[in-house]
Design a protein around this ligand. Structure first.
Ligand SMILES: Nc1ncnc2c1ncn2[C@@H]1O[C@H](COP(=O)(O)OP(=O)(O)O)[C@@H](O)[C@H]1O
Ligand SMILES: [Mg+2]
Length: 191
């Protein structure tokens, strides 16, 4: 099975291989440096998340623009979302944030339910940052993906917040709500 995203080509078999695709508009040498660097960063953050207790695939190899990793057999969170799952996602995101890992793309497409655990599989946009703002944006992206994908998004959001607050800081949740409010303000002005 091959998955072709905007950034990467992901081949899913007994193991998973994720290769960052060249960007033709960039100078070849620079493009290679960027792709190699981002590949390294992604693999490091996948391992780091696992070390702080957030389920992620085991990295088997990293070479150039390609990460080879364990395949997670399970159901994409998109297909099995529930309040219970959203609450667990909240706990896991708080754990990432307590290690200052900002995921950058927390959406139901990037998480897999396997053996009762939520695996985070895509750290392609992740970075290290200790600021409330970065973490608030991280949570905000998740809230937006809930609104876009599920009718009962309000309950899913509430469950996430409950899970997040078991370990995470209320300031981050407040900031996520503020960012939402800023967005609505801009929307109104643009009408
Ligand atoms: N280790 C893995 N095990 C199983 N499926 C995976 C794994 N890694 C990625 N996938 C699947 O491949 C898709 C694309 O991988 P992802 O890392 O999200 O690439 P992209 O950065 O292009 O979005 C994911 O949405 C997920 O369904
Ligand atoms: Mg993805």
């Amino acid at each position: 099975m091959i998955y072709l995203g905007g950034e990467a080509e992901v081949i899913i078999g007994d193991i998973v291989s994720k290769k960052r695709k060249p960007k033709r508009y960039r100078i070849k040498e620079i493009d290679e440096i960027l792709r190699f660097r981002r590949t390294k960063t992604e693999s490091k953050l996948i391992s780091m998340a696992r070390k702080v207790g957030v389920p992620t695939p085991i990295i088997l190899d990293v070479e150039g623009d390609t990460i080879v990793m364990e395949r997670i057999y399970g159901i994409p969170v998109k297909e099995c979302m529930s309040e219970e799952i959203s609450r667990e996602i909240g706990r896991m995101v708080a754990k990432l944030h307590s290690a200052n890992i900002v995921h950058g793309d927390i959406t139901p497409m990037n998480m897999i339910l396997s053996a009762g655990k939520i695996y985070f599989v895509d750290f392609g946009l992740a970075f290290i940052d200790n600021r409330i703002e970065a973490k608030g944006v991280d949570v905000h992206v998740y809230f937006e993906s809930l609104k876009a994908g599920f009718e009962n998004w309000e309950n899913l959001k509430k469950a996430f917040i409950e899970g997040y607050l078991e370990l995470g800081s209320e300031e981050v949740i407040k900031r996520a709500e503020e960012i939402e409010e800023r967005g609505r303000y801009v929307e109104r002005r643009l009408k």
